[in-house]
Design a protein around this ligand. Structure first.
Ligand code: ZN
Length: 192
């Protein structure tokens, strides 16, 4: 089986290079991206929502033009293992998720997905083989319509920029009288 433009094994190599290790979740994510694309009209511009911050965003960034940085990929962290790809203008899209009901025949995937065994007791090789052999059979899809206020054109409001009176750095003025850092929303203090 292929994942995107890669053979399964080549995709595993790409994941190692990009992510730093071969995370099974990115292999699953790659298969989910393929399923989403097969269910969308060709040649359309789409945006992506990942419902998990782990692994799935890296699959999307490896296989599509959508990245966190260009804003075409956004994470709404419900922690569900799902991606939604949708037409960025009409909001029509497809949600793909790993369906736990389909894992009865795939104990290695089940152990990995539900963290039933400590990581060192799981065999990466077996998990990857299971994902390969299961192919697209363990996922499910649903059609979705993205809310209008979330779509391209409506969400890109130009935010006024102002200088924070506390740190003297520029930030989006609509976030308050002080920048979020000076409101205490950062996990560090200045040490020089
Ligand atoms: Zn500040």
């Amino acid at each position: 089986m292929n994942i995107g433009q890669y053979s399964f094994d080549d995709f595993v190599d790409e994941v190692r290079k990009f992510h730093g290790s071969v995370a099974p979740g990115i292999i699953a994510g790659g298969i989910m991206v393929d399923i989403a694309r097969q269910n969308l009209p060709e040649g359309e511009f789409f945006d992506v929502i990942c419902e998990s911050a782990k692994c799935l965003p890296d699959a999307v960034q490896l296989l599509t033009p959508c990245t966190i940085g260009n804003g075409w990929l956004r994470i709404i962290n419900t922690t569900r293992y799902a991606i939604t790809m949708y037409n960025k203008y009409t909001g029509e899209g497809i949600r793909v998720y790993l369906d736990a009901d389909n894992l009865a025949d795939w104990p290695d995937i089940k152990n990995w997905f539900f963290r039933l065994k400590p990581k060192h007791e799981q065999s990466l090789e077996s998990i990857l083989k299971s994902f390969h052999d299961a192919g697209q059979s363990i996922y499910a899809t649903q059609k979705v319509q993205i809310s209008p206020e979330f779509l391209a054109g409506t969400r890109k409001k130009h935010r006024a920029i102002t200088i924070c009176p506390s740190c003297n750095e520029a930030y989006s003025a609509d976030l308050g009288e002080l920048c979020p850092a000076c409101q205490g929303k950062l996990p560090y203090t200045s040490t020089g």
